[in-house]
Design a protein around this ligand. Structure first.
Ligand code: G3H
Length: 480
């Protein structure tokens, strides 16, 4: 069964695609052309409630389903997604304004994550502990520690990877024996619906995944605080993540939020390599990635050389339409473009030098390099999520570390140096989830742990860690 009639996409409960009784729709417009891509139902709270309740009922049987069968469902899902990679990729490209090649790449990467999850999940066997390893403990006690699912997982995905970051929550939840209520970001919801359509085609049992759509303002708090939601995995903005953390009570949360990832370029770095990595890290998909490089700390003595290399590389970036494979493309919406433009204006008014870019056409911001950024400028601290790269010149690595430690974010950081010992010394001083040595920040390979500290998140993702985050220990003590 199809999820759409004309351009009206439907929600999924109990493996049935339905329209909302509200008969209200949320329209989704293409970032590139502003044309209508389609609409998704603005569901009522009663409908969301039904989605959660049925997911809860279905969970008991799903948890009882042999793990290898759950794993086989994931393999079939991955195959279905790959069969439809061009069609689903085309929808991602249209809906979130991403280049067709990276959108298709997103679907393929998603299938790989799902397969890896299917493999990883069947190897979870729990643990056995002997009582006499603790002082005073008896060898007549054995603890059998099994892994159990948490129940119903609420998966909330962002616009920038509407399929990949959704499946990276749904697949581990399923292999662990949880059922899922999936709430896609509005922009990206259609791509998420197509992803679930492939899962239904793969043989999804009824209500093991239900899809809810609508405005966050109408159903967001309702679903987040629903008493039958047992865990929330959210990727999106820091403010929303903090709001969820305040409202959701006594349930585990995994939050992947904003970032302000620095590239720290030391005096002995290979500047050509560093510049290539920084440009790729800062500007791909217009910097609309949590792991984009969002500022550069560079030692004074090499700053001029680095800036001129960056400037030259920026001139070579393809700017324009995502549909024509540009790297720098219109931002997701006008509000985002207004915000980024405001950061440029603020920095300029406080004395920064606009080395490249600085202009805006509709929602397309030219790739912008801002030199001599100082700590009184907003762009030094706030996440731009746009194609703007601030350069902060520092006299020493200690100054860079001191500034970095004041950041509210702590996702990843890159260090560029030829001296591995210096790099090791820095790693412990950076309060971030991951430090990349001589490479740009990135989430993948997708089995690596992916962690945000401070306002960048809570908990750990990456295939194995995501599965663990959706299970709990159940201990049986055998008294011999
Ligand atoms: O936007 C947040 C994503 O988790 C970043 O993923 O590093 O693969 O672009 P990525």
């Amino acid at each position: 069964m199809k999820a759409t009639e004309d351009l009206k996409y439907q929600f999924l409960i109990n493996n049935e695609w339905s329209k909302s009784t509200t008969d209200k729709w949320v329209n989704i417009f293409a970032p590139e052309t502003n044309e209508l891509v389609g609409s998704v139902p603005a569901m009522s709270q009663e409908e969301v409630d039904k989605a959660v309740r049925l997911a809860k009922e279905a969970q008991v049987k799903w948890a009882d389903t042999p793990v290898h069968e759950r794993s086989n469902l994931l393999y079939r899902w991955a195959d279905k997604l790959e069969e439809r990679k061009n069609e689903i990729g085309a929808m991602i490209a249209l809906e979130v304004g991403k280049s067709p090649s990276s959108a298709v790449g997103e679907v393929v990467r998603t299938a790989e994550i799902i397969r890896y999850t299917a493999e990883e999940g069947v190897r979870i066997h729990g643990e056995l502990m002997k009582g006499d390893s603790f002082p005073g403990g008896s060898k007549n006690k054995l603890a059998l520690i099994q892994k159990e699912p948490l129940g119903v997982v609420l998966a909330i995905s962002p616009f920038n990877y509407p399929v990949n970051l959704a499946a990276a929550k749904v697949a581990p939840a399923l292999i662990a024996g949880n059922t899922v209520v999936f709430k896609p970001a509005t922009q990206g919801a259609i791509s998420g619906i197509l992803m679930v359509e492939a899962l239904v085609d793969a043989g999804l049992p009824e209500s093991v995944v239900n899809v809810v759509t609508g405005r966050g303002a109408d159903i967001g708090d309702f679903v987040v605080t629903h008493p039958d939601i047992n865990m929330i995995s959210f990727t999106g903005g820091t403010k929303t993540g903090q709001d969820i953390a305040q409202k959701a009570k006594m349930i585990p949360l995994v939050l992947e939020l904003g970032g302000k990832d620095p590239a720290i370029v030391l005096a002995d770095a290979d500047l050509e390599h560093a510049a290539d990595q920084i440009i790729g890290g800062a500007f791909s998909y217009s910097g609309q990635r949590c792991t984009a490089i969002k500022k550069v700390f560079v030692i004074d003595t090499i700053a001029d050389e680095l800036v001129s290399k960056l400037e030259a590389k920026i001139q070579k970036l393809k700017v324009g339409k995502a549909s024509e494979e540009a790297t720098v493309v219109p931002l997701i919406n006008e509000k985002a473009a207004d915000f980024v433009e405001g950061l440029i204006i603020d920095a300029k008014s406080k004395g920064a030098t606009i080395v490249a870019g600085g202009s805006r056409t509709d929602n397309l911001i030219a790739p912008t390099l801002i030199d001599h950024v100082t700590d009184d400028m907003v762009v030094a601290w706030e996440e731009q999520f746009g194609p703007v790269l601030p350069i902060i010149r520092v006299s020493s690595v200690f100054e860079a570390i001191e500034l970095e430690r004041k950041s509210e974010y702590g996702l990843q950081a890159s260090i560029f140096t030829k001296n591995v010992q210096d790099a090791f010394a820095l790693v412990s001083k950076l309060n971030v989830g991951t430090v990349q040595l001589n490479g740009k920040p990135e989430r993948g390979p997708d089995h690596f742990p992916f962690i945000g500290v401070k306002n960048s998140g809570l908990g750990v993702q990456g295939v194995g860690r995501s599965i663990e985050s959706m299970m709990r220990d159940k201990v049986m003590v055998i008294n011999l």
